[in-house]
Design a protein around this ligand. Structure first.
Ligand SMILES: [Mg+2]
Length: 339
């Protein structure tokens, strides 16, 4: 019987997905809420911004993703007890965090109040649903930014990956648009980790049938229009479109394909708006495609953040997740096509 071990290339791309999330997040942190910049404007791993980030310091995007990665190492993310662990860890993080997204902060605060202390996953879902019922505007980008670990935890099972992506989005974002975006992006990251190819359309079959056409149009639009078209990128739909536009429209140099990761992340930042989150979203997929070797050494040297982790920690963590979830089953990559 063959040994059940993820190939080295898969583990390197898994590490790229997690480190790419952190790198995009930290790169964009110093430019958050800025206007679009010229195509040749310099973009640097400089820190700063409204929260005075240190150079290379990641923000809430990566912090919340790492809570999911920790939980995935402890158990199946479909289990209610594992989701309770995520809820408790997010609430504890948010109490002292430098920056928490507006919608996520509201849900975590309300859920903690309802629980009279540490909230469960159910408390979060209830708070998220109540916010949605009251405002009908809960499709922020705050769940899409934390999808990379979901992909890494289900390399051997596409359907579980889609199920968990939607479920973990729903903990803070009741609007199905947010959950659908997370399904699409998690499956795209998963596909890139498994194959080294970029294809956001592989996730369409993971969506409810009624939502596929809508998202296909959005992907097509993102491939045609400049990233600055998607200006409302605090909205999950524009955040995904801006990230996909930068990834697809940034040229891949035949003599240096790895440079695509840096060039595309810089373009995410130049598009303006919620720069750290758009670049974190794009970074997860870019890293999954190009692998951890595409992260420049001078970025890897300085990347760090909550909860006191560095590049080496994230690389190790992602490789372990991939090794545990990978399965040598070519059918596992695909959904069954409808008859
Ligand atoms: Mg952030």
């Amino acid at each position: 019987m063959a040994e059940r071990t993820a190939p080295a290339a898969v583990r390197n791309r898994a590490a790229g997905a997690l480190l790419g999330t952190a790198a995009g997040d930290a790169l964009g942190a110093g430019y958050e809420f800025g206007d679009p910049m010229a195509a040749d404007a310099p973009v640097e791993m400089r820190g700063g911004g409204g929260f005075q980030w240190a150079p290379g310091e990641w923000t809430d995007d990566t912090a919340m993703a790492l809570v999911i990665a920790d939980a995935a190492a402890a158990g199946d993310l479909r289990d209610e007890a594992v989701q309770d662990r995520i809820a408790a860890a997010w609430a504890a993080w948010a109490r002292d965090a430098t920056d928490v997204g507006v919608q996520t902060r509201k849900v975590l605060t309300d859920a903690s109040a309802a629980a009279g202390g540490v909230p469960t996953a159910n408390h979060l879902r209830a708070a998220a649903a109540e916010l949605h019922a009251g405002t009908s505007r809960t499709a922020g980008n705050g769940s899409l930014m934390r999808t990379a670990p979901v992909a890494l935890a289900y390399l051997g099972d596409a359907e579980a990956c889609a199920e968990v992506a939607f479920a973990l989005s729903s903990l803070t974002h009741a609007d199905p648009e947010a959950g659908e975006a997370c399904v699409l992006w998690s499956l795209a990251i998963r596909h890139s980790v498994l194959t080294g190819e970029l294809d956001a359309r592989v996730g369409l079959l993971g969506l409810p049938a009624a939502a596929r056409e809508k998202w296909l149009k959005r992907l097509n639009e993102a491939e045609r229009e400049p990233a600055t078209t998607f200006r409302d990128n605090g909205w999950v739909v524009h955040a995904l479109q801006a990230a996909w536009a930068c990834i697809l429209q940034t040229p891949v140099l035949p003599y240096d394909p790895d440079q695509h990761l840096v060039d595309a992340l810089e373009n995410c930042v130049r598009a303006g708006g919620d720069t750290d989150t758009v670049a974190a979203i794009a970074g997860g997929l870019l890293g999954a495609c190009h692998g951890v070797g595409a992260i420049p050494q001078d970025w890897a040297d300085v990347l760090h953040g909550w909860p006191g982790r560095s590049t080496d920690d994230l690389v190790h963590q992602a490789r372990e997740l991939a090794a545990a979830s990978w399965a040598e089953d070519p059918d596992a990559e695909l959904f069954d096509l409808p008859e």
